[in-house]
Design a binder for this molecule. Sequence first.
Ligand SMILES: [Zn+2]
Length: 139
Amino acid sequence: MEYYGENYRPGDLVSCKILERSIVPKTNDEYDSLVEFKIIGVKITPYDSTEFILYVTDDDAWKISNCERIGVRTMNQYLIDDKFEKSYITYAKSEHIFRIVNREDGMFCKNCEEFYDKAEPNQEDDSLICYLCRFNPYR
Ligand SMILES: [Zn+2]
């Protein structure tokens, strides 16, 4: 089962499909690699489209052609944490986010992939199986 939630938020670690150094839509079957990014900000653009500001590690920067060093104005405008000063960033829309790898302050159920705020591991392998799945494994 895949998690296709649209409500991405800062702090989420997400993965994107990369083809020829560009992030391609998650529906693309063709891609060279999957790269993980942390969402550090949300940019609401005119015409109501949302773009996510993705932190690109120095090690991954060469993999993406349209990444840039974050500017002071962007930091202030989108309330980006100071620790990302001078980091590389890139932008992606929700259709370019393949899936959430990890999210802060909670966990995904290993079975149904629902996200539970503030949840902690309850399995021996440090994963979470939610209450509903524990009582109905066929869910
Ligand atoms: Zn579950």
